[in-house]
Ligand binder design. Sequence first.
Ligand code: COA
Length: 257
Amino acid sequence: MNANAEILQHTEDGVLTLTLNRPQRKNALTSAMYATLADALERAVDAAAVRVAVIQGQEGMFSAGNDIEEFLQAPPAGTDSPVFRFLRAIATFPKPLVAAVCGPAVGIGTTLLFHCDLVYAGDNAAFSMPFVNLGLCAEGASSLLAPQMFGYHRAAEALLLGEPIYAETALELGLVNRVLPPREVNAHAQQVARKLAAKPLTSLVETKRLMKGAQQPAVLQRMAEEGAVFARMLREPAAKEAFAAFLEKRTPDFSRC
Ligand code: COA
């Protein structure tokens, strides 16, 4: 394993662990990181050595979401882009997918969790989907899955206001399975993943397929629909102002948007 890689990959006892590892940018995700994640998950579908996958960050940070500089300089275009390959890979991953989340989980750092089977959170976790505040729209099928999971009004609060949802509320909303002290979260996710990896894989895969399969076409369709709107909005004045304001560390001015 290359300890300097921005995505660390490790397979042991049937568990593929993918660790977001870009601490200097709060694990903000770039195209290269999405491509690595997508490749790893696509390979894991048929890899006999992988029975379960885990996505994790560190004790203080899950992910600051998409890299904002990249949004400005090289916005994703089309459904072949690395971010879409990653979203498709998690939405269709047939084996159990476990997430361990501590600290901020922003944007896709939260929306990817709708596609995980089990989510463990630190009591310092803060989930947010600030797409509107960035002049963007929902992504990752969150416009479909958040209302289903939270109920419409709670989803509207999360997606229209974009304010953080803290760990205990996320537990109440059904976004996470359990809240733990941050130092225990990754270890707990590993323990559960190994428990799953010891079970018959065909039973896990068939049960997951029966729970999620019927909705998969609608999820993929919504991702594509959101993606087309998102790609258009990335180039519009509101998003440009929001990104510039973030990078200049000032409050955005949407009075003309
Ligand atoms: N893209 C690019 N750079 C990012 C980033 C992102 N999404 N998130 C953080 N960074 C950078 C910051 O610009 C800062 O860079 P600097 O050291 O050159 O000033 C560095 O990472 C540290 O971030 P900072 O904001 O100082 O950390 P924090 O602990 O105070 O706050 C967050 C952490 C995640 C709450 C905050 O960084 C944040 O809100 N990030 C933007 C999240 C976002 O809007 N993502 C897009 C979702 S679609």
